[in-house]
Design a protein around this ligand. Structure first.
Ligand code: PAF
Length: 275
């Protein structure tokens, strides 16, 4: 695997790749969820490229930018093993050189849920993903459904700006007990790890009761109670939403998604489930 550290090296390496190129953008601390993106990327393209960049612009003040797990050697070994050919691991100065003053902001979709809990987060995501896509110019870019709102924001941004790339969402990979894989699971103590499974459990129970005809408001109330009972300290949201617009639904209708974010100990977890 060729590792490039700045935009000039990237441009040279990219020019050597003939045929279809897939990009897997990451912030590192890779796990089986990322590897599912790489595997799907290999199915869809002749060459797989990945980026590794812990993007300061998508972390708010007091969030975990400085303690976000960084394990570059392990990430490189995993990507190599999975057949990734090119890794772009730029510095902050390469992505945001002195004088950088542009922000990509997707209104509407970015404002609720994660956007409300983490002001500015999606501007940071949209800006860096636009830069990554414009620099790598992949035919396909892959993102996990685990960050369901992020995927929707990126699809919108790519459509609105006419960036010539196919955006592919890849289903969430879960631990055997159902917890969604996330780099932030590393923050959980053993006790919190046990309690954390209440999040996917609450989503599954909510889906089942919704499908059984229980009213949305009751389902959401029960799910929040189950999370509190399991030891979650704060529930940012638990909602049934339209899968495309992410608008909240009072009644089941069309393509739906249950989405949730809650805090256990000092770790904020998010998850979602198709209904
Ligand atoms: O999902 C992530 O890891 C990040 O938000 C992304 C898409 C790589 C942008 O920094």
């Amino acid at each position: 695997m060729q590792i490039v550290r700045n935009s000039e090296e990237l441009a040279r390496a990219r020019a050597e790749l003939a045929g279809k190129v897939a990009l897997v953008p990451t912030m590192g601390a890779l796990h089986a969820g990322h590897m599912a993106l790489v595997a799907e990327a290999s199915e869809r393209a002749d060459h797989v490229a990945a980026s590794l960049f812990v993007n300061p612009a998508q972390f708010g003040e007091g969030e975990d930018f400085s303690r976000y797990p960084r394990r570059e050697d392990q990430d490189i070994a995993m990507l190599e093993e999975a057949g990734c050919e090119l890794l772009w691991a730029p510095s902050v100065a390469d992505i945001y050189p002195d004088g950088f003053s542009t922000k990509v902001s997707v209104s509407g979709l970015s404002e609720r849920w994660e956007g409300e809990a983490r002001p500015g987060h999606f501007d940071g995501v949209a800006t860096v993903v636009a830069k990554l896509l414009l620099a790598v110019r992949p035919d396909v870019a892959l993102f996990g459904e685990k960050d369901f709102q992020q995927l929707a924001v990126i699809r919108r941004m790519v459509g609105d700006l006419g960036i010539p790339v196919e955006v592919v969402g890849v289903p969430t990979v879960r631990e055997p007990d159902g917890l969604a894989l996330s780099s932030r699971n590393a923050y959980l103590s053993p006790a919190e790890r046990q309690q954390a499974v209440a999040l996917p459990d609450a989503l599954k129970a909510a889906r089942n009761t919704l499908q059984g005809g229980t009213a949305v408001a009751t389902v959401v109330r029960q799910a929040k109670q189950a999370l509190v009972d399991a030891g979650f300290l704060k529930i940012d949201y638990f909602a049934l939403v339209d899968a495309a617009t992410l608008e909240p639904l009072d009644e089941p209708r069309g393509e739906m998604r249950l989405i949730a974010a809650a805090v256990i100990g000092s770790t904020r977890l998010i998850d979602n489930l198709a209904v």
